[in-house]
Design a binder for this molecule. Sequence first.
Ligand SMILES: C[S@@+](CC[C@H](N)C(=O)[O-])C[C@H]1O[C@@H](n2cnc3c(N)ncnc32)[C@H](O)[C@@H]1O
Length: 233
Amino acid sequence: MDGWIVPPPKEPTKTKEAFEQERREKVRWLIEEGYLRSERIVQALLTVPREEFIPTPYRDYAYLEVPLPLPGEQATISCPHSYPLFYEPLGLDEGHRLLEVGTGSGYGAAVAREIVGPTGLVVTMEIDPVTYAFAKNNLTRLGYTDVLVVLGDGGQGYPECAPYDRICVTAACREAPPPLLAQLKPGGRLVGPVIEEGIQYLTLFEKRDEGLIRQRLDAVLYVNLRGRYGTGP
Ligand SMILES: C[S@@+](CC[C@H](N)C(=O)[O-])C[C@H]1O[C@@H](n2cnc3c(N)ncnc32)[C@H](O)[C@@H]1O
């Protein structure tokens, strides 16, 4: 959470209607700011109640542009603009098989499930058992029972459901973990924060016939990837 100012925990006071209003305003803002373009992503963000994925003491801050703490070690729910920031360049669409590395709250997986629809598949992996249990409970409570939530090191991927059309890594790594690139379909895309000279850049990889194409996007700030391909303690 270095670099972000997290608002103080408090008793939640906002109503369902107030959250719905904030959600609509947030989507309008994301479009105006140029983060959000695709209709399926717009509809997904309007559908998923982000506040339901946030621990009670931070619930009222659901639509603030700040990552909020989650149960577990170093886990956060990313700020609202992060989701179109990742899913737009990924070109996430109906029918895709997506692997998400870093489930966090489960919110990103729920948004992805709305985008890929019933003909697609969302597999999400979380390394922290406490965070995993929190996300699994959130997704089940909200009816996202067909999202496959896996407890394990996402850097190693999940070969059981590979190959994937799209892979989204939500924690910073030194390089795209090789098992993830191996589990990507030809023509598939992977997006995630990659550290270059101490700065994290959201980076898009595309697996083409001629090789792996790499494109550096915005500078970002995410928690570090843990596990075998992690960035250290
Ligand atoms: C920025 S948070 C993800 C936010 C999440 N997408 C959401 O919508 O709430 C990054 C998550 O990655 C998890 N993580 C870190 N290293 C991991 C690894 N090797 N495998 C799986 N999850 C990992 C962290 O525990 C944390 O929950």
